[in-house]
Design a protein around this ligand. Sequence first.
Ligand code: FCB
Length: 499
Amino acid sequence: MSMLTRRRLLSRAALSATAGATGAGLRVGGTAATAAVSGGLATGCDAGTDPDTDPTDGPRGDLRFPTGFRWGAATSAYQVEGATKEDGRGESVWDTFSRTPGRTRNGDTGDIAADHYHRYADDLDLMRDLGLRSYRFSISWPRIQPDGTGTPNQRGLDFYRRLVDGLHERGISPMATLFHWDLPQTLQDAGGWENRDTAYRFAEYAELLYRGLGDRIPVWLTINEPKTVVQNGYLHGHHAPGFQDPQAAYLVAHHLQLGHGLAVEALRATGSDARIGPALNLHPCYPADDSAEADRASRLYDGYENRLYLDSILKGSYPADVLADLGPDSRMARGIRDGDLKIISAPIDLLAVQYYTPYYVTATGDTVTRWPTSQADWQQIYPDGMYDILTRVTRDYGPVPLTVTENGLPQADTLSADGTVDDSGRISFLRDHMAAAHRAVTDGVPLESYHVWSLLDNFEWAEGYDQRWGLIYVDYPTQRRVPKRSALWYREVIRANGL
Ligand code: FCB
């Protein structure tokens, strides 16, 4: 394995890294929202400043999205649900990891999180008030199969059935992610994603869900950000299961993708007409300077960041440069069996893209920071990256329907004495990224929906509760919800179907 591969230790550094300046460099609008209310979205954005100069004002109607475009928001099970010991739920790797001293900031865990498991009905009302057309959530594997195999836990299925029914009642389309990192601990004990068998267990679990909930779920996403499991879970060790083992990491990459393909095949086998695709975090990679070496290095970097997942799923082959860099004796290379890539490239109906940050790669394969970072120091704020990645996918992989399933900004939001949360930095961020997405649509990208990360403040993995990513503020001691100014702004975007 090359030096370059070993050096790739940047993405989403946690704990060890000192947090970047909050919202540095963001344009911040002038006025506070009139009143963000708890339990409803009764108020609108306060105008009061010149629309030509205040980027946080409501939409001006210049950038309209296609009719039928779906605006949404996203969450994941472990990050919002809490209730980790209820109704027969088993343990997941994130329970184990977050309860291990030193693994998460302040020792935070998802035990309570945003208590969404109990408060989902109120949260559904907030979604309705926001005008959401799509809600992307994930299903907790250990709620459905506490030990990762066998008969489904009916109480787990019932929770998601209630959630999904509640969405339909409010005119919101459910988009369910099958796996957002909370692997049942028993499967981890048997080798986790290093064990090829886990991919088959995943397909069985998927089939239980298709049979249990499939009649009500029009869009399934298979695996959330396999790359983050690979890099954070197995290269840096910042995420569960917390290993630093490059050989294991890329074998895991293969097995995650095998699991994806098997889950796609399992859906087709049920005869369902639901749609399915992967959820990939894609990062535009640019050379940091004009040298041929930086160009070469950024190309390989792109291989590890993007093509390792896109080529396999959409072209049926792993990128040759990445395979060569890993070497013929890597555990990944030895783990690929005849027929695997055919399974992995089973036709998908849509590709979910998650965009947060670009990378700038030097001649030596290191990365440098070009743009202001957010509270998450791995995130450079670069809206044009959204345009670049969406148009690149369409250009290189054909007109597969796209959905943006995550895009957002963390801030250390505070609830002010008048009961409002002024997160105008988030409004600027979202507006600029939505405008970039609009530009991509204008240039022919078949983008059908956009989901803000996140609906609610939640457990941000190793960063615990310090980073707030929600449109809706969660006052953790009381679990009161307060729509932030960005939520009120987003409601107007949805209403106008544009900016
Ligand atoms: C993505 C994850 C999501 C959340 C955001 C900030 O990588 O999929 O769960 O943590 O980052």
